[in-house]
Each structure stands twice: as structure tokens, then as C-alpha cells.
Design a protein around this ligand. Sequence first.
Ligand code: SAH
Length: 395
Amino acid sequence: MTALPLVLDAPRRGKPPRHLADLTREEARAAVAGLGQPAFRADQLARHFFRGTTDPAQMTDVPVAVRETLTEGLLPGLLTPVRHQSADGGRTRKTLWRLHDGALVESVLMRYPDRATVCISSQAGCGMACPFCATGQQGLTRNLSAAEIIGQAVAAAAAMASGEIPGGPGRLSNVVFMGMGEPLANYARVRRTLDALLTPAPWGLGLSQRSVTVSTVGLVPAIRRLTEEDLHVTLAVSLHAPDDELRDTLVPINTRHKVAEVVDAADAYAARTGRRYSVEYALIRDVNDQPERADQLGRLLAKRLAHVNLIPLNPTPGSPWDASPLPAQREFVARLRAHGVPTTVRDTRGQDIDGACGQLAAADLVAGGADGVPTVATPIPALEPPVALGAEADV
Ligand code: SAH
């Protein structure tokens, strides 16, 4: 496997068209006024957008004569669904989205008895180059705009509300930034997305802070910046190794921000917010799953406000690595717990549809366009038959 370079600055590309979800309420009101309409129509448009209404014909509180102008001007369709893939009797659903420039991203909606979680993408591809992650192996195409990120959550909320996910109409309760991309490498757009997720209707989805999780490879300056915001969303740190020598190879950003620095920054976040952070650790057979490493991780995290979430490695194409066998997993858990570190094992929901952690790699499905912009070879707007999956995930 060849090592990819780290890419922190996203390539610049043509911006997606202006969208209400990129704007503050004041900016949106000004934009509506610029289209010759009273400012209160911005609130109407916001209500329609966050409810997932995209068809102007349904916007019955907006005069017919201006519906097209307002939707074209402020609610352009930014995410075109290319296909859905379902598993777990339809309760896990991965959607492939095409963006205005042909870039592709995926999101995964997972319904559980007590909650519904959507895993969203913050970048097309990823520049962090983690060798065990399918997205990381793809490189970075571009940052998503706030509206492109928010749109994934809105679509999931609408799918839950409509009853199209088995289990009857329901509510989207959780959002995790664990799809494609490194959210903290696209800070401003992710920050704007957090506002939209947390703000009550009509200007947002009204989720609770604890049910929103930002997952990061450990971009220390950005964790520190997030700590200064008046937020207490859940922070997840993808550690994957307790020691710098191994982490340098598994999470290449570690060559810039070492384990001690990352854990320090996460501690500061926990101290400021009072919220326990989550340490993500993909268990890779004979790579990072040795009992000594469990002890080392246990010593590192004992007495910190942290919780370990072990993820058995999900297979990705071309990777020589496997998930740890069950006995090794159990031993790892037992050792962490013996150090007093709360530990859970995440199940791998969606693995059969390549929808589990680290498997999102939409670029596999595209042919390169003449200008280098990925284009969809064959858009198939069809639902695939459900694949049976037994596992319960704990995202
Ligand atoms: N860039 C963010 C979000 C990425 S995905 C981050 O790194 O945190 C969410 C989690 O899935 C991360 O912890 C990531 O390391 C993990 N992951 C990536 N590839 C994986 C794989 N093949 N198997 C299991 N987990 C994986």
C-alpha cells in the first residue's frame, strides 16, 4: 500500500449555488429582500427546507408567482440522490449523493428502537490519508458547503418523518460526523452546520447537543477552537493507537500532533463542556490489538473524562488488514475496564452495503470526467433489495 500525502487545505473548486442554509437568518432575509420579496418569506423558506420540502408546489404559504424565483434563488437542489442501499430490514440505509459539480458523497441513516442516527459527510473524499480507511485512501476532492452537509441531515429527518424507514414515522435524533471527510479540516462549514442542527425550527433541526457527535483524527488547533465555542456537542477522537510510533503510521496527522497533545486538547474540551469524550479505536488484527497496547491505552486514559469505543476493523478494498478476532477483542475490553476506562464495542451496522465506519468511498463508483471532475457513469435512481444484517450498532 502506498502512503498518501496529508492534505490540510482543500482544493478550490467552483462554489455550489447560494443556498439559504449557508446564510444566517439576517443574511437570508436580506437575500429574500434582494429578490423583491418581504423578508418574512425567509422564515417560510427555512421552514420548508428543514422539513425537507423541495417541491415548490407544496409551498402553499408562498404565492405561486414567486415560488420558483425564491426556490431557485435560495433553495437550489444541491444533493441529488443517485441511489439508496438498504440493510438490516431497511433500518440501515446508505444514500449516494451527487453534488452540483459531479462530486459524490454518502450518508448512512441507522434506525434503532430508541433513536435514529445519521452519519454524514463533511468533505468529498478526505485528506487525512489513514491507510485503513477507504475514504482516506481516496484523497480529498473538496470541502462540502454548509448547505451540502446540512442537506444530508435534513434528508434523513424527512425520511424518518415520512415513514419510509420501517418502524413507522419517527424523528431523527442523532447526527454523527463520521461519514466521509475530516470535519475539523472544514471548520467554518461544520461550525455553521452545528448551528443549523441545534437551532429549533424553523431555522434548524432542533437536535440536542449531546446527540450530535463531531469525530476528528485529532486536529489539535481545531479541537482547541471548538473548545472556545459556546457548545457542548459530543467530541470523538480517532486515536487507534496509544503510542506515537504506531499512531504515526495509522493516523498520519500524528506526525504533526502527537498522542499526548491530542489527549490534552480533548481533556480541555471535556473540562470546558463537562462532557465525556469518546476515543475511537479500530481494532486491527496483530497491528494495534495486543494486550500490552490495551494496558498502555488503559494507563493513558485512566482518570480522564473519556470513554473508549472499539470498532472491529471494517474491511476495505485493497487493505491487507483484518478485524481482530473475538478473543483478542474481549481481552482488549477486559484490560481497558480493569484500568477503570468505560469501554464499549461498536457493532458494524451496514457492513454488507459498505456503509460501516471507514467504508464510504463513493469515488469507486465514478468515472473521471474530461476536466478531472468526477462524473456519475450511470445514475440509477432505484432502491436495491434489503440485505439482511443481524448486528446492532452503537454509534
Ligand atoms: N475524519 C473523522 C471522521 C471519520 S470516520 C475521524 O477520523 O474521526 C469515523 C470513524 O471511523 C473514525 O474513528 C475512523 O478512524 C473510523 N474508521 C475509518 N476506517 C475504518 C475501518 N476500515 N474500520 C473501522 N473504523 C474505521
